[in-house]
Design a protein around this ligand. Structure first.
Ligand code: PMP
Length: 453
């Protein structure tokens, strides 16, 4: 399909993230060539709707000239400025201010990273520093949620609770603990919202007691679990967990790497929940994926404690590309676009997407439909009563991804047959309808496939 040389070059030299290398060598690469709006064109000229916004990141959509201009202008004027030695650049300072203005509560201090994984890493370092500064070094145990994803750095991958990120890597560390997910479709306590909240609270309480309440440093949660299969907690879950942490002097970290910047509606999903975390991580939609950048937003209290604790000493945490001026210039422009119509369009398009996907419930393979805004999932089963997943031996994710691709749609297909959706916020009604129609075609074809049933 593509020039053999590119396929061969890829096979010989490019290691792909989170891939079976042997399987990739067998199947070869699909080369993406260009994109505009919500449409991606591959190297053979095939056009596809990108129902996953790259990797849940191109929230603004592709091909915004004003973003390209902002990056080019900054590259011409000042392509790099370190934020070490008390130096800085205008876009990074302005973007920090804009984020602090819009973030919930007193999340007034911003540490820029290169993406989500190092944002998570940064929180872990700062949280250890914070407890040391408070004279409580024994508070060094971290808790997160099964099915959660908190990046792929050495320590962050241990907070991540997906087996592929642990197996063979010697993870998690013994200071990294998990409680069960709120996963409503497959929750032993059923799908009653209050029962799920109560079960999660009981699990967190019990975990804290087992570890020792004086040992727990922080609890991490995504407002909606993304990579675990788009698992939406019941309304009130995030708030209940946040309150528990406040009562027990445990820092609450909201990982908004996926949910930030309009993915579920507002700029930050935490504001929908009416909560203010102690720390908030973000990335992806921050620059809409045009250039790499992430950020940690820190509350006044955490910042002051660290600053006081350090006194005249340097807080030894930094990257060459912390607060990169080109990324920040892109971030400022992207924010402008979000606020001049894209967020509103995302809300409208998200409602249509959810309605369309809900309409697939009558399909024999559809066990569950869930989501909020432009973040959704359809979970496939071979038997709706027993909720039997598609057989793993049939590699359902690969088959479904390939079929959707043939039908002109890019979606995420999780291992056991969960389809993930995170389209760009710029999608038109026609594009949303096409996403749903192409999904139905893909499901119909999957139903006909004897290996998958
Ligand atoms: N946290 C969450 C919730 C994520 O979804 C991701 C990435 N999918 C990360 C952290 C890590 O971000 P990155 O891939 O930019 O390192």
């Amino acid at each position: 399909m593509y020039s053999n040389s590119l396929t061969e070059l890829d096979r010989a030299h490019l290691i792909h993230p989170v891939a079976s290398y042997r399987s990739h060598e067998k199947h070869g690469v699909r080369v993406l060539a260009s994109a505009k709006g919500a449409t991606v064109t591959d190297a053979s000229g095939k056009q596809l709707i990108d129902g996953f916004a790259g990797l849940w990141c191109v929230n603004a959509g592709y091909g915004h000239e004003s973003i390209v201009e902002a990056a080019a202008r900054q590259m011409r004027e000042l392509p790099y400025a370190t934020a070490y030695f008390g130096l800085g650049s205008e876009p990074a300072i302005r973007l920090a201010g804009e984020l602090a203005d819009r973030a919930p509560g007193d999340l007034n201090h911003v540490y820029f990273t290169l993406g989500g994984s190092d944002a998570i890493d940064t929180t872990i370092r700062f949280i250890r520093y914070y407890w040391n500064a408070r004279g409580r070094p024994e508070r060094d145990q971290f808790i997160s949620v099964e099915q959660g994803y908190h990046g792929s750095s050495t320590v962050g991958a241990g907070l991540t609770a997906l087996p592929a990120f642990h197996a063979g890597f010697g993870l998690p560390f013994d200071w990294q603990h998990k409680i069960p997910s709120h996963y409503a479709y497959r929750n032993p306590v059923g799908d009653d919202p209050q029962a799920i909240i109560d079960a999660s609270l009981a699990a967190l309480k019990s975990k804290v007691e087992t570890i020792g309440p004086e040992r727990v440093a922080a609890f991490y949660a995504e407002p909606i679990q993304g990579s675990g299969g788009v698992l939406v907690p019941p309304k009130g879950w995030v708030k209940a967990m946040r309150e528990f942490c406040r009562e027990h002097d445990i820092l609450f970290v909201a990982d908004e790497v996926i949910t930030g910047f309009g993915r579920t509606g507002p700029l930050f999903a935490c504001s929908e929940e009416g909560i203010v975390p102690d720390l908030l991580t973000t990335a992806k939609g921050l620059t809409s994926g045009y250039v790499p950048m992430g950020a940690v937003l820190m509350s006044d209290h955490v910042y002051e404690t660290i600053a006081e604790g350090a006194g005249a000493a340097a807080v030894g945490h930094g990257y060459t590309y912390s607060a990169h001026p080109v990324s920040a210039a892109v971030g400022l422009e992207v924010l402008k676009l979000y606020e001049s119509g894209l967020l509103d369009n995302g809300v409208r398009a998200g409602a249509r997407l959810m309605e369309g996907l809900e309409g697939l419930r009558d399909h024999p393979l559809v066990g569950d439909v869930r989501g909020r805004g432009m973040l959704a999932a359809v979970e496939l089963v071979v038997d709706k009563v027993n909720k039997t997943p598609l057989p793993a031996s049939a590699e359902p994710a690969r088959r479904i991804f390939d079929r959707a691709w043939e039908n002109g749609l890019i979606i995420r297909a999780f291992g056991n047959g969960v389809l993930g959706y995170a389209p760009p916020l710029c999608c038109t009604e026609t594009e949303i309808d096409a996403i749903v129609e192409r999904t139905r075609m893909t499901l119909d074809e999957t139903l006909e496939d004897p290996d998958v049933r």
